[in-house]
Design a protein around this ligand. Structure first.
Ligand SMILES: [Zn+2]
Length: 170
């Protein structure tokens, strides 16, 4: 299947809500994980909301990790309205942002072109995608890192008012 490279429009409020969730998890020493839901709009994807599935914080002597509950895995798509899809998964790390072996094997999102974002330092600061590790799933190749330059051209942060403005629907 051909890799379709979308341009993503992300409302600042979705970034803020995601950060608040990940930061709160981090206060308890836990990684947090969530998904960005959106709709395809031509060659754009408009991200519309953040969704935090039921999750389990895992702490071992090797470090921390986060997993969905089994129920959350099985019922994930029940949370979508007609026309909506999951496009991005986003999770936090205690310090450095990178895709661990465990992250590569994660099965939350497996569609061609899926995006995975890792936020460093338990989201101690407002999310800046250029400071995150961002990957795109290419079937047959795996999760490929997106360069800082490509992050700039692939993701556009918009204010919610612009996206929701009735004038933009004319
Ligand atoms: Zn991870």
């Amino acid at each position: 299947m051909k890799l379709l490279i979308f341009h993503y429009r992300i409302p600042q409020c979705v970034l803020d809500e995601t950060r608040a969730f990940l930061f709160e998890k981090g206060l308890n020493g836990c990684e947090g994980t969530g998904l960005w839901i959106g709709k395809v709009n031509g060659t754009h994807v408009d991200i519309t909301r953040f969704f935090a599935p039921e999750q389990i914080c895992i702490k071992t002597e090797y470090g921390v990790a986060v997993d969905l509950t089994q129920r959350a895995h099985f019922t994930l798509t029940d949370n979508l309205n007609p026309g909506e899809r999951f496009f991005v998964r986003i999770h936090s790390h205690p310090d450095e942002a990178y895709h661990s072996d465990r992250d590569n094997k994660n099965q939350i999102l497996t569609h061609q072109g899926a995006i995975s974002i890792v936020v460093p330092d338990f989201a101690a600061k407002p999310i800046d995608l250029s400071h995150c590790a961002v990957y795109r799933l290419e079937h047959g190749r795996g999760w490929i890192p997106i360069t800082t330059e490509e992050i700039r051209t692939t993701f556009e942060i918009v204010s919610w008012t612009i996206l929701a403005s009735p004038f933009s629907l004319v």
